[in-house]
Write a protein that binds this ligand. Structure first.
Ligand SMILES: [Zn+2]
Ligand SMILES: [Zn+2]
Length: 136
């Protein structure tokens, strides 16, 4: 599936070929902290399936508990997270952040990973009062 996306400030624009079967929610602690949110939703690209059509992302290299290095690509201007990938110059598979993809409504997650660290209150949010817009 061909997708397009952009960061919040518009400095970065990209297109990619993704596998919608590989859309998932990650509940790992690194995703909670790096997204500054409850969980992260990602979709996996084909090999070398990500192209920046505008701008250049910045990268932060995270070291996992396993010692594994993962580059986290984001907009240096507005901070929007765009992808994670292996470090190095070999052909890459990217985990794209679904929230920055224009077709995000068409990429429902198919599985959840790292549910052992999922926030305990997540199952309760469907019972919360809900408003169509934020407070005025
Ligand atoms: Zn930006
Ligand atoms: Zn994660």
């Amino acid at each position: 599936m061909n997708i397009t996306g952009r960061c919040h400030c518009g400095e970065l624009e990209f297109s990619a070929v993704v596998n919608p079967e590989k859309a998932m929610i990650c509940h790992c602690v690194d995703c909670q902290v790096l997204s500054a949110s409850a969980f992260r939703t990602v979709v996996v690209t084909e090999i070398d399936g990500l192209t920046f059509t505008k701008g250049e992302p910045k990268e932060y290299v995270k070291v996992a508990q396993s010692g594994n290095h993962r580059a986290q690509g984001f907009c240096g201007q507005c901070g929007t997270g765009i992808y994670a990938c292996a470090v190095g110059s070999e052909p890459k598979i990217y985990n794209l952040r679904v929230g920055a993809i224009d077709q995000r409504h068409e990429l429902p997650p198919r599985r959840q990973i790292w549910s052992s660290s999922a926030l305990k209150w997540l199952p309760d949010i469907k019972n919360l009062p809900s408003f169509e817009q934020g407070p005025s």
